[in-house]
Design a protein around this ligand. Structure first.
Ligand code: GDP
Ligand code: GDP
Length: 436
């Protein structure tokens, strides 16, 4: 199910990213250093009172050389387009500014709920300062302090109260949802069209949710698929649409809804920084991943070309070593017919459950082959492992001292698990817990 979306807007320096980080909390990042995904955080996941949501910091959407007022105007428009609930943040230290008034004026146009939060209210004596903010005409201001974590609970209570009613699952569990992600011009739209041309489309252009994604359902060999098209959605005339950060945001939103992500590269151009960022996000979100090299028709090839490409990709996406790579052409349709099968296989890996007995045999064999690390005369002891989740497959290993599980040893265990079972195309997670 698509999660409700909260967007944060406001002029620079009021504390948007501080509050975003508070709400998102600490998330373990495996690929941070490699992909730089979590460093510019514009989109993440949060939870309050058991309700999960996505959250966008529009302040992180860099709109290039636009003048300041134009930037915050566009950020507010993105919030109005993308969010279910908008949190408008101002600063109690500076009081109401003309930039705040500008943002408020834009937000009047939306029918979506807007909550006004006055940040930097660091102590109770300052609470009376917030009354000035009634003048913005957005109802009761919520006094908060991002740096001290005050007032956020009331604000989030109000935000979740405005979430749309729980919607039905969009598609049934058996349907595999996938999206094509990649930079402009790699050929996403062409692939979408070619796939639709190739497969028996049963329902097309379901104008999906309020988020106007275009979903196309089709069936191949008895398996139902839904293709989530990001390339096809064009909000004509919107200035921000062509900016890189916005396209990254859109990609992240599509990834969130997908079971399997097709990371599309252009054979003519190779890999770029933006590819890594989006792929890193898909990896951290635990999605199935397939690397699709498109425009394979357009390059000069000899018997080493594919190998050279593969090396290059493996080098640049080391954490995606599990992702299958396929070389296709939307133009000539080369190998396109293999796509549904590969997607299905990756989806099966995502849902694979390993019996504990079998899993523990594999772990114990691994330990016998390569003994656990020691530290100051003490040795890491592994007692027991069990799979606790699918999508992505997640394992808990119970040990004597969790901090002795080094990254390299965990990587070794992951590789042994991968050798023993077919987790092709899916990240797997290993958590270490102390056995009480
Ligand atoms: P953004 O530009 O709106 O994302 O603002 P930032 O989150 O980067 O914060 C701007 C500055 O305000 C930083 O120096 C923060 O440390 C500071 N700040 C954020 N929240 C609070 C708060 O609740 N109280 C005080 N006193 N300072 C804050
Ligand atoms: P998108 O921006 O990722 O959706 O890319 P498009 O599907 O719009 O394609 C961008 C350009 O690449 C268009 O001119 C396409 O005709 C071309 N293109 C797409 N796929 C292929 C392919 O497999 N081979 C060749 N030679 N050109 C392609």
């Amino acid at each position: 199910m698509a999660k409700p979306v909260i967007a944060i807007v406001g002029r620079p320096n009021v504390g948007k990213s501080t509050i975003f980080n508070r709400i998102v909390g600490e998330r373990i990042s495996i690929v941070e250093d490699v992909a730089g995904v979590t460093r510019d955080r514009i989109y993440s996941q949060g939870e309050w009172l058991g309700k999960e949501f996505s959250i966008i910091d529009t302040g992180g959407i860099d709109l290039g050389d636009e003048p300041f007022l134009e930037q915050i105007k566009q950020q507010a428009e993105i919030a109005m387009d993308e969010a279910d609930v908008i949190i408008f943040i101002a600063s109690g230290r500076e009081g109401v500014t003309s930039a705040d008034e500008n943002v408020a004026k834009i937000l009047y146009r939306t029918k979506k709920p807007v909550l006004l939060a006055v940040n930097k209210v660091d102590n109770p004596e300052m609470r009376s300062d917030v009354f000035d903010f009634y003048a913005l005409g957005l109802g009761e201001p919520y006094p908060i302090s991002g740096s001290h974590g005050l007032g956020l609970g009331d604000l989030l209570d109000a935000a979740i109260a405005h979430f749309p009613d729980e919607t039905e699952e969009e598609y049934d569990d058996q349907t595999i949802k996938f999206s094509l992600i990649g930079r402009p011009n790699v050929g996403k739209s062409s692939l979408v069209n070619a796939i639709i041309g190739e497969e028996r489309v049963i329902v097309s252009d379901i104008a999906g949710t309020t988020r106007d994604a275009i979903d196309t359902a089709f069936e191949a060999d008895g398996q139902e698929f839904v293709m989530i098209d990001t390339a096809g959605i064009r909000k004509r005339g919107k200035v921000y649409e062509s900016t890189e950060k916005y396209s990254v945001l859109r990609a992240m939103r599509a990834i969130e809804r997908s079971d399997v992500v097709l990371m599309v590269l252009n054979a003519e151009e190779g890999i770029r920084e933006q590819d890594k960022k989006v792929a890193g996000y898909a990896h951290e979100a635990g999605k199935g991943i397939i690397i699709v090299v498109n425009k394979w028709d357009a390059i000069e090839k000899n018997d080493k070309t594919m190998k050279k490409f593969e090396e290059d990709i493996r080098d640049n996406f080391q954490y995606l070593s599990y992702a299958p790579i396929i070389y296709v052409s939307a133009k000539t349709k080369q190998r396109l017919h293999t796509l549904p099968e590969v997607i299905e296989k990756v989806s099966q890996s995502q849902n694979l459950r390993i019996q504990s007995a079998v899993l523990n045999d594999v772990i114990m064999d691994a330990v016998a082959m390569n003994p656990t690390p020691t530290d100051k005369g003490k040795r890491l002891k592994i007692y027991y492992a069990t799979q606790v989740a699918v999508k992505p497959p997640t394992f808990v290993i119970f040990v004597n001292e969790p901090e002795m599980m080094h990254f390299s040893y965990q990587r070794f265990l992951e590789n042994r698990i991968r050798d023993a079972f077919t987790f092709e195309g899916t990240p797997i997670r290993i958590l270490t817990r102390q056995r009480k």
